[in-house]
Design a protein around this ligand. Sequence first.
Ligand code: GLU
Length: 366
Amino acid sequence: MNFHRAVIKVGSALVSPESNGCSGKYLLSIAQFITACQQAGKEIILVSSGSVAAGRQSIHHSSPIPSIQTKQAMGAVGQMKMMANWQRFFDQACGQLLITHGDLKDRQHYINIKNTIRILLANHVLPIVNENDTVASDEIKVGDNDNLAAQVALVSEADCLFILSDVDGVFDSDPRYNPDAALIPEIAEITEDIYAMAGCTHNPIATGGMKTKIQAAEKAIEYGITTYIVNGSKSEVFEHLLKGENPGTVFLAQQNTIGPARKHWLKHTLKSNGEIFLDQGAVKALSRNGASLLSSGIIDCKGSFIAGDAIDLVDPNNNRVIAKGICQYSQPELQQIKGVQSEEIFNILGYRPSKVIVHRDDMVIL
Ligand code: GLU
């Protein structure tokens, strides 16, 4: 398997095949796949749908298509059942992340999500993400977990996305009506024809269907994230994946990999809101040793920035900007902690959201 960190998205049809309550029927082989990936040194983040379906039987509803409010209440019940259901398949701890599109657009929330995932993975905890359905009204709703999974893949800097559902992949026509429909194993470019071929879902509990899966793939491959759509209800699919074979449809990542794409975005798109002046030890550690920036290496800072903003990292000896990065602290916070050891940050601020000031992954050397 040619990836380092993957997001695995599991659809409601697999978590709740009867559309009522949780089931372990398909989750065992998915969990075994996750464990096998981890044992091979890969990092996995799970995006799981199914809370609404899992909570369905606990909330009274007279119509087969419940109102948004009723679904939100179902989600509140089902989320706990779904998490408990996942946890029983793992020896490792699972961590729950409930996020909205609004969170992904908010710089501070975005960086909090990113840091949480980073720390969970470093502690061998399996992050399990779902949309925060209770608070997500239309404007802040991602709407479907396929697109949410693509965004989680970006935030977590994954290089692979697996979308598991109850279909084998993308077909050249609708296999339910055309017995000659053929599975398309590889898609190098997502065109209108691909969307047209994919048709849409008829599964009443599925939110997304094939269209949102292809949209998610489109977003992901643009950032260098190889995306698979595979049938998670067939255990042999996972055997193929573990052997490095493709049992469904793979969307090939565009040539620029996630690293360069993100760094390009950081370098060219994000505007710097301030400057951090480094001591010579930090200049050397950053430019030669690939280190993150620590508070001890900071002499001073200027500008008006908040955590999550881009800032320039400057060598004061020649006033050259040696790097650009995303700062984990605001300018007033940095003023208080410049020059101190990381261990001191908590004593000074009363909190320490991050040990480093600018993480290596969020930095581009110029
Ligand atoms: N967040 C919804 C749930 O857990 C699912 C959305 C989706 O499947 O796309 O039920």
